[in-house]
Design a protein. Structure first.
Lengths: 565, 219
């Protein structure tokens, strides 16, 4: 009989002896199992929130005068709050680090696990607890404060009482966000220590794959920024319970101070969302071009400078709050500054494609869509970073379209592409490549026809968060295109999720170790990986994306390439 | 299905754990940093009220508590030093003294809080809750504190309260460490847990060193 450590992680585990089946996952400290559990939880929440978004777009199909009403006005507020809370706190902030970071960070640096496996499991439990609290909170009491919880609205809003019990769902959800925050902080600490202490022999910092670099930058942001928002949200809870006016102007508080404290976290948080997906794109593109990535070091350093500068530009969310002109100019300048490392990355990716041998795998299609969507998202961000245009575009659909281009068209497309890239390594099964490409087609077309009209709508003055709109021809036409786009997009999302589930349960069994012929370390192990990842001690001698050397190794038989090469 | 012991949990990396713990301490510090920022902003916008309210705090009691906490930090370091030299018994006694000092701090603090409750804020708080969220503090005709002073007391209670919560967590942790020291799993060769417990305790101490002047001394 084989040694248990050389079996696939799906069949052997490190959980307590009495656990079997579900519990052997739920109690597992194995980074791979934790990553898979995050994936199931997160994509379920993602799908639920997509459906909320679908309903909201349906509501916007016809103007108010037509009498069209799918969602009553009070519920609309609760819907977009819930949509945002699920998408932000439960899906895209834990996002790629929780799913693919957990699974592939140790594999990419040749470690057996993360530095603190038990703390890693605790992070997952905190995530689940926070998620359950947030969702039950909204379902029981409703909350239409928006995900930003801006006072004094979030302090004065009364919540619905259900079954005659006064249930303060807003405090409940704020507490949930606090708990979720601690889950993220612990994950961040865990990854930083893992990267510092557990790289295998020969893996210097500039021999790490770029996904690891992006996780490293993200983890620092998580640790540096999250505590501030945690305590700020708790202050709102306290303010709702006892009559101290931290942020309520009627009681001497300063609501703008809240916005500063909130965005000090929540702006860096957008880089927490996007950086890991940029890392995934940096993995997918060289693999599918069979070429070293252009400007490896500049991408690694760009990740860190995005994190660094991204920490200092929060107040560009607040240009209309009446803060001083000097501060506004400074924050506007820094906002433009952060575009530089971002653009460096985009140019590096496109330069990598040049003269590459491009394979349009599903992962590659999502990575290319990422570059396209993210460029639109980033450039519209420049409109908003300019003080004068921001005054015009503030709180319109333009903003909504802008951050969906970065967060959905960017971060989520990157994450989905990453899952397609790594699917067979994680599960030992292969999905239907044809259907994956069809799903991509629907998502890409649907996404752009949903959000591009919203850029125009915002420019023509359609405010965000509104339940309906007046009967103006340009509004009617654009809203109609946007709503139809949402149908195409939802179809695409359903196809993609179905491709994954079908692949998982009905897919072809595969043990092919390196199906895309990638040169990085995580592919040089069994599919699915064995319990402690690598059978023997590794020593790294070459750069992660040195395809020339990699092809030599494959010929010499020291590395594993794809079977068909 | 088969089970295995986890390799990471068996090959313990002391330096990595220390790095992780320092990062954790950083997050604790930033948690309080947000409070200090709010304090600074409202102190500048309600300067007179903050001065008046600060005068009602008893500097003597605050000073006694400061001395108690500083002494407890000293006994903590001595305990770690004794453990590293192999004097387990001395280490245990010194740790018990640290716990006792922490408890003494909490007792004094609770008396101070109790007096404040009777004085101003508790009444208003209770009325605020009874009347529902966002309602005016007091019924018409009743005397009301200026908003600046309410802010001062609110921040005072929440910051010292969060600090006291940390003292309680530190105390519980020390009790656990004491238990493990008796069982022998924390010893001369493996002092790591006591060391981290000590770091945490010093952090709590450092935060108090900033709270004390901000609330008691700059009246």
């Amino acid at each position: 009989m084989e040694n248990a450590a050389s079996q696939s992680y799906l069949n052997s585990h490190t959980s307590p002896k009495w656990t079997t089946g579900f519990m052997s996952w739920f109690m597992s400290t194995d980074h791979k199992r934790i990553g898979i559990m995050y994936a199931f939880a997160m994509f379920s929440f993602f799908f639920a929130a997509v459906l909320l978004g679908f309903l909201m777009k349906l509501q916007k199909m016809y103007p108010a005068s037509s009498g069209w009403e799918i969602i009553p006005v009070e519920m609309y507020g609760s819907f977009f709050t819930l949509h945002a809370i699920i998408m932000i706190f439960l899906f895209i902030v834990p996002g790629a680090p929780a799913v693919l970071g957990n699974f592939f960070l140790p594999l990419q640096i040749g470690a057996k696990d993360v530095a603190f496996p038990r703390v890693n499991l605790l992070s997952f439990w905190l995530y689940l607890l926070g998620a359950i609290m947030a969702v039950t909170g909204v379902l029981l009491g409703g909350a239409d404060t928006g995900w930003t919880f801006t006072p004094p609205y979030s302090i004065n809003t009364k919540t619905i009482s259900i079954f005659g019990i006064a249930f303060d769902s807003i405090s409940w959800m704020l507490t949930a966000a606090f708990i979720l925050g601690w889950g993220t902080i612990l994950t961040g600490i865990n990854f930083i220590v893992t990267i510092h202490r557990m790289r295998t022999k020969g893996m210097g910092y500039f021999k790490m794959p770029l996904f690891t670099w992006s996780i490293y930058a993200t983890s620092w942001l998580q640790v540096l920024a999250t505590p501030v928002v945690g305590i700020t949200l708790l202050m709102i809870v306290i303010e709702r319970i006892v009559p101290v006016g931290f942020f309520d102007p009627a009681k001497g508080g300063d609501p703008v101070l809240f916005q500063h404290l909130f965005w000090i976290y929540s702006h860096p948080a957008v880089y927490i969302m996007i950086l890991p997906s940029m890392g995934l794109v940096s993995e997918i593109i060289p693999t599918n071009s069979q070429k070293p990535i252009f400007g490896y070091k500049s991408i690694a350093i760009a990740s860190c400078s995005i994190a660094g500068v991204g920490y200092l530009i929060w107040a560009h969310h607040m240009f209309t709050t009446g803060m001083s002109d000097f501060a506004a100019i400074l924050f506007s300048f820094l906002t433009f500054f952060v575009a530089i490392p971002t653009a460096i990355k985009v140019f590096n990716w496109t330069a990598t494609l040049y003269k590459g041998s491009i394979a349009l795998t599903p992962a590659m299609l999502f990575a290319l869509a990422f570059i396209f969507n993210f460029s639109i998202g980033g450039l519209t961000g420049m409109f908003l970073g300019s003080l004068s245009t921001d005054i015009h575009l503030h709180d319109t659909d333009f903003i909504v379209a802008h951050f969906h281009y970065t967060m959905f068209g960017g971060a989520a497309f990157g994450l989905i592409g990453g899952v397609f890239h790594y699917f067979s390594k994680m599960s030992g099964k292969m999905y239907s490549i044809k259907w994956a490409k069809i799903g991509w087609g629907f998502m890409f077309i649907g996404f752009n026809s949903l959000y591009f009209p919203m850029l125009l709508l915002g420019y023509y003055g359609m405010p965000r968060r509104y339940h309906t709109y007046p009967d103006i021809p340009i509004f009617n036409q654009l809203q109609m295109i946007s709503t139809v786009g949402s149908w195409i997009l939802v179809t695409g999302v359903i196809i993609v999720l179905w491709v994954w589930l079908h692949g998982l349960f009905r897919g072809k069994q595969t043990t092919e170790q390196n199906p895309w012929n990638s040169s990085t370390l995580e592919w040089q192990t069994a599919t699915p990986p064995t319990l402690f990842n690598f059978e023997e001690e590794l020593e790294i001698t070459r750069d992660p994306y040195d395809y020339e050397a990699f092809r030599g190794e494959v010929k010499a038989g020291t590395s594993i390439g794809a079977d068909h090469v | 299905m088969s089970e295995l012991a986890h390799p990471i949990e068996h090959h313990h990396d002391e330096e990595g754990t220390r790095l992780g713990f320092w990062l954790f301490l950083y997050t604790e510090l930033f948690l309080f940093a947000a409070f200090f920022l709010v304090y600074a902003v409202y102190r500048s916008s309600h300067l007179e009220d903050f001065k008046l309210a600060a005068e009602s705090l008893n500097t003597g009691i605050g000073a006694v508590n400061t001395v108690i906490l500083l002494t407890s930090s000293l006994t903590m370091v001595l305990s770690l030093d004794a453990l590293k030299k192999g004097a387990i018994k001395a280490a245990k006694v010194l740790l018990m003294v640290t716990i006792a000092l922490g408890a003494a701090f909490l007792v004094i603090k609770s008396f101070e809080w109790g007096a404040k409750f009777e004085h101003h804020l508790f009444l208003q708080t209770a009325k605020g809750i009874a009347a529902g969220h966002g309602s005016p503090l007091l019924t018409p005709g009743e005397e009301m504190l200026p908003v600046g002073q309410v802010l001062f007391y609110g921040l005072y209670f929440i910051m010292t309260g969060t600090h006291a919560l940390h003292i309680i967590i530190g105390g519980i942790w020390m009790l656990v460490v004491l238990f493990w020291m008796s069982k022998g799993s924390i010893n001369q060769e493996k002092p790591g847990v006591l060391e981290r417990c000590g770091l945490y305790w010093h952090l709590v101490d450092v935060i108090w060193i900033f709270l004390f002047p901000l609330y008691y001394l700059v009246a």
